[in-house]
Design a protein around this ligand. Structure first.
Ligand SMILES: [Zn+2]
Length: 431
C-alpha cells in the first residue's frame, strides 16, 4: 500500500483527543456542548490553523476551517465528521473523520497543491444526539433543517440546548447568518469507522459506502386487560405481552427473510405494565427500528409489519397504536464520487475495494440533501462501536485517510472545470 499522508501525526492527534473526557484506558465521554467538548474543539481548531485553514465557530457550534481555492467563488469541497461522543465511547467514532480531513488539507499545503475550489473542514456540533435526544444538530442547523422547539430540549440535568449552546460559544439568536446558501458546497466527503463487522469479515481494511439506510423508528403500544395470573383462563385473556412477543419475533423473521439483503429490524426497548409476576400484562410499549438501503423493500416490509401488528392485536384481543418517531429515506452516495474513491483505492494498491451500505446515520446523511456526497469506511475490530472497546488499527486508519486525501485531491482539482457544481441535486438518486 502506498501511503503519503502522515500516519504518526494522525495517531498523535487521536491520542491527544482521547485524553479529553477520558474515562478509562480507551474510553471517552465527551458529550456535545459540554466543557470537554469545547476543550476538544479548541484543540482541533489549533490543528486546523496549523494546517493553514482560516477557522470560525458558527452559531450552531460547528467548527469550520476554510482554505481558499484559486477560484474563491466556486462551490467548495467539504470534508467533515464530528468529535462529540456517546457517554461510554471509544476514541475513533467521528474523530478519525475530522483528523483525517485536517490531515488532507495539511498535506495539500505541505506538497504545494493549490486547490481549484475552496476546501472546508467541518467538525459538526452534536452528531450523536445522546445529550438532548436528537442528533445531527450542527449539520441540520447549517442546512436550515432544525425543527421547532429544538433549543428548548433539555438534558437530564434540566439544562436546555439554548443554555448549553450559549455557554459553548454558539449564538442561538443568529442562526440565519450561519446557514449555507444553495450551491455553496459542491461535494461532501466523510471518513468514518464502519461500526459494524462487514469489512472485518471480508478481511479488508477499507470500504466505499454506497448509501446510508435511513431508519424507520416507531413506538408501538399494545393494550389488553390486566387480570390475576392464577385465575383468568387462557381463553379469556387479553395479554398485551403475548401480542408484543409475536411482533418481536415476527420482525426478526421479516428482516431476515431475504438472504443476503442488508435489512435489519430491532426491538431495543420494552416496557410492561404493571410489570408484576402474577398480573397478566395490561399494556406493553416497545420501539421498532427498521432499516434497509432498498426503499421499495423497506416499504414492503413496513406494510407487512403493520399487518402483523394488526393480526397479533386481533388474535389477543388488544388495541394498538403506532407512533412514527422518525421516518427517513435511504440516501445514496454519488456515483461520480464512488468512482473517484474506487480509482484512488486502485492507485494505492487496494484492488476491488468492497462497497457496502451504512446502517448507522452520519452527518453525511443530512449533507446528502444538499449536495453530492461520498463516504469511506475503515474496518472496526469485532464491529464494536459506542463502547470503549471500539478499535481500528493505525494501518487501516492510514489507508482510509490516504483514500480521503486522494479523493479530495481529484475533487478539488477537477471541480473547477465542472463549475459551478449546481448539478449537485440532479445527480442525487432520489429514492
Ligand atoms: Zn460517528
Amino acid at each position: 500500500m502506498e501511503i503519503t499522508i502522515r500516519s504518526e501525526r494522525i495517531l498523535q492527534r487521536i491520542d491527544a483527543l482521547a485524553q479529553i473526557g477520558k474515562i478509562s484506558e480507551t474510553g471517552v465521554c465527551r458529550l456535545a456542548l459540554s466543557p470537554e467538548d469545547r476543550e476538544a474543539v479548541l484543540v482541533v481548531e489549533g490543528w486546523m490553523k496549523e494546517a493553514g485553514l482560516t477557522t470560525r465557530i458558527d452559531a450552531f457550534g460547528n467548527l469550520i476551517g476554510r482554505l481558499e481555492g484559486s477560484d474563491p467563488l466556486a462551490p467548495a469541497v467539504m470534508l467533515g465528521s464530528h468529535i462529540d461522543t456517546q457517554p461510554y465511547a471509544g476514541r475513533f467514532d467521528g474523530i478519525i473523520g475530522v483528523i483525517g480531513a485536517i490531515e488532507t488539507v495539511q498535506r495539500f499545503r505541505e506538497t504545494g497543491f493549490v486547490p481549484a475550489v475552496p476546501v472546508e473542514v467541518v467538525s459538526f456540533c452534536d452528531e450523536e444526539g445522546c445529550r438532548f435526544n436528537k442528533g445531527l444538530f450542527g449539520v441540520r442547523g447549517m442546512l436550515g433543517r432544525l425543527e421547532e422547539g429544538e433549543l428548548e430540549r433539555t438534558d437530564r440535568n434540566g439544562v436546555t440546548r439554548r443554555e448549553a449552546l450559549l455557554a459553548f460559544g454558539g449564538s442561538p439568536d443568529a442562526f440565519a447568518e450561519s446557514e449555507y446558501k444553495p450551491g455553496a458546497v459542491g461535494a461532501y466527503l466523510e471518513l468514518h469507522i464502519e461500526q459494524g463487522p462487514v469489512l472485518e469479515a471480508m478481511d479488508r481494511p477499507v470500504g466505499i459506502v454506497t448509501g446510508i439506510s435511513g431508519p424507520i423508528w416507531w413506538t408501538v403500544t399494545m393494550s389488553g386487560f390486566a387480570g390475576h395470573a392464577g385465575s383468568v383462563p387462557m381463553s379469556m385473556r387479553c395479554d398485551a405481552l403475548v401480542g408484543a412477543a409475536r411482533v418481536i419475533t415476527g420482525l426478526k423473521e421479516l428482516a431476515s427473510r431475504e438472504e443476503g439483503a442488508p435489512t435489519v429490524g430491532t426491538v431495543g426497548s420494552l416496557q410492561v405494565f404493571p410489570d408484576s409476576r402474577n398480573i397478566i400484562p395490561e399494556w406493553v410499549q416497545f420501539t421498532v427500528d427498521l432499516r434497509d438501503i432498498d426503499k421499495e423493500r423497506r416499504d414492503r416490509l413496513e406494510a407487512e409489519l403493520r399487518a402483523l401488528i394488526a393480526e397479533a392485536a386481533e388474535e389477543n384481543g388488544l388495541t394498538y397504536e403506532i407512533r412514527e418517531d422518525t421516518v427517513s429515506d435511504p440516501r445514496y452516495c454519488a456515483e461520480r464520487i464512488m468512482n473517484v474513491i474506487s480509482e484512488a483505492a486502485d492507485g494505492i494498491g487496494l484492488k476491488d475495494t468492497p462497497k457496502l451500505m451504512s446502517g448507522p446515520f452520519h452527518d453525511a446523511m443530512e449533507m446528502s440533501r444538499y449536495c453530492d456526497y461520498g463516504m469511506i469506511f475503515v474496518r472496526s475490530k469485532d464491529g464494536i462501536s459506542h463502547n470503549p472497546a471500539e478499535y481500528s488499527s493505525p494501518g487501516d486508519i492510514a489507508a482510509g485517510t490516504e483514500l480521503l486525501y486522494r479523493t479530495a485531491l481529484v475533487l478539488c482539482g477537477r471541480a473547477a472545470s465542472q463549475h459551478p457544481g449546481m448539478e449537485a441535486h440532479s445527480s442525487l438518486k432520489e429514492a
